[in-house]
Design a protein around this ligand. Structure first.
Ligand code: TGC
Ligand code: FAD
Length: 394
């Protein structure tokens, strides 16, 4: 009999352009990424050679308009992150950081000179960006950061000192959006500001963080700032305070909400195919009720996650999506994908732990996705605050 991959059919809700963007991204990923991703994961390398092709497809700065960016709608953008993460969360991470965490703040908080200087090259993939918020002692609570920017005389350069930790792409980045505290004329307490720190500035180093057992096909490192002199022209003038970095995170978390569905689809499809072929007790394991229950659970959760992402995507296109709705999307869809990966792994029995079946790679990646861009718990508290009016953070 014919089997149905997904009972939720999003296709009729999509425009022709959205379907085309999703199909092109998927075709590219299957042709260029799928054959190499296992090896990159094993060797803990990122497929840098694919960056020009990401650019060609409009995946760098996809939702931005002008400056060589594709100007995709929110649903189309979400469909691209889904296709990237169907292959590996590390690829989606690369595009999330470039688009939402490095290009977005330049686009939104930068001045025209900064936009013109950086964005076209970033859209072409010839300039790589990074985003430095987290520090060794400031993760979930970025407001407690210690990185300082001291202004050298009024109107002069800034001198940055401090350390950022867990920074995606930092070892290969040409420009780093670094968030630091600075004392401004007239303000009593230090305020958070964004700075564009460039590769080659004296005092900047970006050592790679080795030994990750998750997100191995993504390069992670530190940003060490040892009195780095940054010209005033590299200060992002358009935002002051924590809402600057949090505004970027809202964009990136939205993409993760879609991306996680791609990882869930990958593990589901693998487990379903395996269950139909693997014979025990004289029958395919897909014929056992307990296996069917597992597959149905994953399948139905994917459907709900898609509807949530689609609905919030359409709200975003109307400018009506709120940060706490993005917390809802990131939290629930990533949890769904992680649970799907664990269940799918069990359907493959012993084979489930083998690299060639790829489920373990997705499962390990999703442990990072559960934690970065705001941990599951932090998003729980953000939603809790929104629905009760009570803050339970501190
Ligand atoms: P709070 O008082 O709530 O807010 C401070 C100001 O920010 C505004 N705001 C937001 N704006 C935009 N988007 C959001 N999601 C926002 N959340 C808050 C808020 O309105 C306020 O503005 P204003 O004008 O009143 O000043 O701040 P809080 O100190 O209570 O902290 C809230 C909390 C805990 C939710 C926040 O600190 C948080 O989200 N913590 C998690 C940190 C985090 O997500 N780090 C991620 C680092 S980057 C990363 O992981 C990249 S992974 C990259 C990859 O994909 O590889
Ligand atoms: P902590 O904040 O120390 O949290 C530890 C545990 O305590 C978590 O379970 C957390 O939920 C819980 N917890 C903390 N506070 C509370 C509370 N109030 N109530 C209940 N539970 C709480 N950061 C960047 O700035 N840029 C990047 O590009 C970047 N890329 C990353 C790539 C990878 C591979 C990883 C692993 C991380 C990356 N991060 C990046 C950092 C990431 O955002 C942080 O790891 C994350 O925000 C959590 O911070 P932490 O690891 O310090 O954990």
């Amino acid at each position: 009999m014919d089997v149905t991959p997904y009972l939720i059919d999003l296709d009729p809700l999509l425009s022709d352009e959205e379907r085309l963007i999703a199909a092109n991204t998927r075709e590219f990923c299957e042709r260029r990424v799928a054959p190499v991703i296992d090896e990159h994961y094993e060797r803990a390398t990122f497929p840098r050679e694919l960056i020009p092709e990401f650019a060609e497809l409009g995946l760098l700065g996809a939702p931005l308009t002008g400056y060589g960016c594709a100007g995709m709608g929110a649903v189309a953008y979400g469909l691209t992150t889904l296709e990237l993460e169907r292959q590996d969360s590390g690829l989606r991470s690369f595009c999330s950081v470039q688009s939402a965490l490095a290009m977005y703040p330049i686009y939104t908080y930068g001045d025209e000179a900064q936009r013109e200087r950086w964005l076209p090259g970033m859209a072409r993939g010839t300039i790589i960006g990074g985003f430095g918020l987290t520090e060794p002692n400031a993760g979930s609570d970025p407001g407690s950061m210690r990185t300082m920017a001291r202004q050298d005389g009024r109107g002069g350069d800034y001198v940055l000192s401090g350390q950022k930790f867990w920074i995606t792409n930092s070892p290969i980045a040409d420009v780093l959006v670094v968030w630091a505290k600075t004392l401004e004329h007239g303000s009593e307490a230090p305020v958070i500001r964004g700075f564009l720190v460039e590769r080659g500035m004296p005092g900047l180093s970006t050592p790679e963080t080795k030994g990750k057992l998750s997100l191995r096909a993504s390069i992670t490192g530190e940003i060490v700032l040892d009195d780095v002199r940054v010209p005033k022209a590299n200060l992002l003038p358009g935002v002051v305070g924590l809402k600057g970095p949090l505004g970027c995170l809202t964009q990136a978390r939205y993409g993760i909400g879609w991306g996680a569905i791609g990882a869930a689809m990958a593990v589901y499809e693998r487990a379903r195919a395996y269950a139909c072929e693997r014979v025990q007790f004289g029958r395919p394991i897909a014929s056992f009720q307990l296996t069917q229950q597992k597959l149905v659970e994953i399948h139905n959760e994917i459907g709900k996650a898609l509807l949530l992402a689609y609905h919030f995507g359409r709200l975003k296109e109307q400018g009506a999506l709120t940060p706490v709705q993005v917390s809802y999307l990131k939290r629930d869809n990533v949890r769904m994908a992680l649970e799907a990966a664990r269940t799918a792994r069990s359907i493959l029995g012993g084979n489930g732990i083998m690299g060639e079946f790829q489920i373990m790679r997705h499962l390990c990646n999703l442990e990072t996705v559960f934690t970065y861009e705001g941990t599951h718990e932090i998003h729980t508290l953000a939603i809790g605050r929104a629905i009760t009016g009570e803050s339970a953070f501190g």
